[in-house]
Structure formats: C-alpha cells, structure tokens
Design a protein around this ligand. Sequence first.
Ligand SMILES: [Zn+2]
Length: 532
Amino acid sequence: MMTANRAFHVIAPPPTPNGDLHVGHLSGPYFGADVFSRFQRLRGSQVTSALSIDENQSYVVTTAERLQEDPKELVARNYDDIRRTLQMAAIHFDTVGRPDEKYTRFVSDFFETLYAAGSLIEKQVQVYYNTADERYLFESYIKGRCPTCFDSTNGNICESCGHPNDPFTLIDAGPVNSSAGKDGLEIRTVRALFLPMESYRARIKTFFEESEQHIRPTLKLLLTELLQSPLQDFPVTYVSDWGIRIPFDGLESSVYNVWAEMYPGHLYWLKEAGRTATEKSADTLSYVQFLGFDNSYFYTIAHVALAMAAQDAGLSVPVASHFITNEFYLLDNDKFSTSRGHLIWGKELLSKYNADAVRFYLAYTNPETQQTNCSLDTMTAWIQTNLVDKFEKIRSVYNKRVGQGVITGQGSPEWNSWIQTFQHRFELVYSPDTFSLRTAAQTFVHYMDLVEDQLVKTEADRTSAGIGRAVAALALFAAPLMPTFASRLAEELGISGHLSWKELPVIGNVRPLPPGLITLQALAASTVSSSS
Ligand SMILES: [Zn+2]
C-alpha cells in the first residue's frame, strides 16, 4: 500500500530549564512530536527526533534570581526533572540534549559563516539600561505593554498576539526583579547584529505560497498580518553575559539571541540524534516543526529567513516543510501559571494517573486550533467513561466469545472494509499536513464503540468469524497515543512481532484478556513500556 521510503526530521522547541514541565507544557509540541514520530515509525518511515533545553534563555536568570539559586544549578536540576517527566509521559525523543562545548562551537560557526558572508548587519540601537542592576533590558529582564495588542508582555515577543517587539518600544516599560523599579532606567546606545528581515520578506511569502503547507488558522492570520508590512530587523545579539559569547570586534560583551541560536541549535541536535539512528537513503525527507503558537514568529519568519541567509552563504541547511502549531491549554478556564501556582505538575499527574490515559485525554482535548480547557475532575470522569469503561465492555464480551469459534478467521468482507476505512482515517489525521490529535482520539473512541457493538452482535450471527481481527486492530490503532496499552494488549492477544501499519495484526492466542490493561490509576512501574 505504501511503498515510498519516507524520512522525517522531527523537532520541538527546547523547554526553558527554569522549571519542570506542567500539564500545559505536556499538551503541546513535545506530545504532538512524540505521537507523530510513533505513527511514522509504525508505518515504516525513518524518524529522527530531537529536543534540547534552552539553557541560554534569559528566563533562567530571572527565575534563578527569584529563587536565589545559582542559574547553572537551576539548569542542571530542571534538565533532570524535565527528562524524567517526559519519560513518565512516554514522550520519546532520540536525544534530549543539553548545550555543551561542541554545541556552542557549532552554533558559533553558523553565525560566523553568516557574518563573513555579510548576511548580518551591525547597527547602533537605543536600549533601556537598568543602572541599579547594571543590566541591559530585553526579553525576561523587561516588562510592559505590547505595542500591537496592548496586553502585558515581556520583551521581544508577545505571547498573546504573537507579534515581535523591540523592547525599547514597550509601553510603560519597566525592569523585572529590580528593587529600584523604573528609577534605575536609563537610555543607552549599543551596537548589535541584526538579520535584515525586510530583504527576505518576499522570499518568505513565496516560500509559504509555494510549499502549500496546511497551516492552522491563527498562524495563517499571523503570517498574513506580519508579511503584509515591512519586517523589523531580527536581533541576533544582545548585550548580556548569559549565553554564547560573541567573538566579533566591539561585540565582546554580547551574546547570541537564544531565538536565533535555536535554529542552528536544532540542526545540531538533529545531527547528534541521527548518529545513533541507521540512516538509509530515503525517497523524501520532511522537516516537521512542532511549536506553540506563541513562538510562531521565531520559527516561521525569523528561522526561515536565517535558513535562507545560510543557504545564500553556501551552507546546506533545511527549512521546515511543516509547521504544526498548538494554542494554550487552560486549567479551570485560566492560563497555566507557574508564578501564580495555577498549574498541575506533569510528574504529579503522572504519578497518580496512567500515562496512556492522560495522553488520550490530552489528545481528545488538545488545544490544536484554539485554547481548550482541562480540569482534573472532568479528566478523570472522561477517561473512566470513554476509555476504561468502554474497553472493559469490549474485554468482557470478547472473553465470552473465546471458545465460541468466532475469534479467528479471515473476518467478514464488511468488517475488513470497516477496519480499512479506520486505517485510512488514522493515516490522514497522523499525516503532517492534516495532523490532528483530537480527531485521532475521537476516531479511536468511535472504533471502540463499533468493536463493542459488533462483538455483541456476533452472538446472534456466527458468520462474523474473525471478529478477533477487529480487536487486534485496536492494539495497532492505540499504539501512537497509548503505547503501553497497545503493547500489553498485543502481548495478551499473542500478536507476533512488532506492530506494523503495513500489515494488520493477527491474533496468535485465543484466550481471555486479563483485567487492568488500561486503567485510570497509574500502573506499577514494572508494567510500563519504556520503548519507543
Ligand atoms: Zn501583543
């Protein structure tokens, strides 16, 4: 059915190691990237997936100040916590890297090539300086109102409207973590490097027109809005001592903007992740970028321009072929907030509840095109009704059918065509252009309903021999969203070998299924499959 040998490079933005991951984080790009990668591997595609942490981010510094902790220690602690939480959620990347010397060298080489090629321009710009803390203000060091949507924001990007800003133009700007408040503010002129974005605008427009990507509505609006007017130059450097130091004359007290660093950073981690994979030649290679909508400007405009500049400078670098965004996930109808303590930590939720069940709920309620809400009570009730109870009904009827001679066999033509219809639907909702976790979860619920219905009817209709094929397909269809449940079910059904999308699984053992294959409560650690 599928002969093309496809390869995917899958990337999600690096989490900032100033805290562990909460459930809002878990609903976003990491989960999407994991489900996508699992599905593509099931269908035989080559997948290389990479994640890292955003160690050089200014938010690390401001959080460390608030916690009165050494920033390096804060990073080390959260790097461990983040990896553990991802593992608890069965979210797998081939690498979850932490910047080191080799990484720093790779990123520096990238910008030195651009600098030598004349792709970066040097400008004198006005910035706020806080005399009390002797700090130039950008990103997490400054707050004010967004000049585009007037919501309160930090510097450089507004997470409400997604528009970039020059921190100097924030309305009612003031420093963060400063006892002196606005009294310490002073205007200074500094030198910095920029990517002249306006010279790439027409090419970026053409890139999106020609690539015919399916882009979700809010990103489409943002791209249309941003690309219809001249683009601001993108800052590649800031005056700061936290980050990767810059070797160029007159910029020795500057570091690279982490949002610029991130593009070559992703290429580095993909390269590292690829070292462990057996890369065969592929007919097509797609670069799939998962991201939160609030980071869209950086990924879809700034990184695309950086890639173009690098290609012009002779570097062989990719531009993402797919951008898959998500919106904010709300908790009890309010934004997740670490500072206000309005959150559920991923590790707390996952130590109490079954990771597969949580993943299924996160998919079903995923904020893929608009903000969606979760609450603990709704979540547990929904999982019990739509997953645990439904599967329990299937199990109970299946166990009655064991010994009635209707489990094995070729299956009726009607059933086989239904399974194929579902299989095609799953292929669509897991493909990069039409990826939808919500539809995947809904489709799975509908499949469970159909299986239960048909198992019940089989009693009166012995022509349905082969009903076991439908239950075996359940294991296959569950695999991207609920990997542990899928592998436990496959094992109980005696399905031989790995589950594969290319061939529908066949039941090897006709015996009653044990209880507890999918539960609301967390499984004992020994039963959780850590495999990808
Ligand atoms: Zn805004």
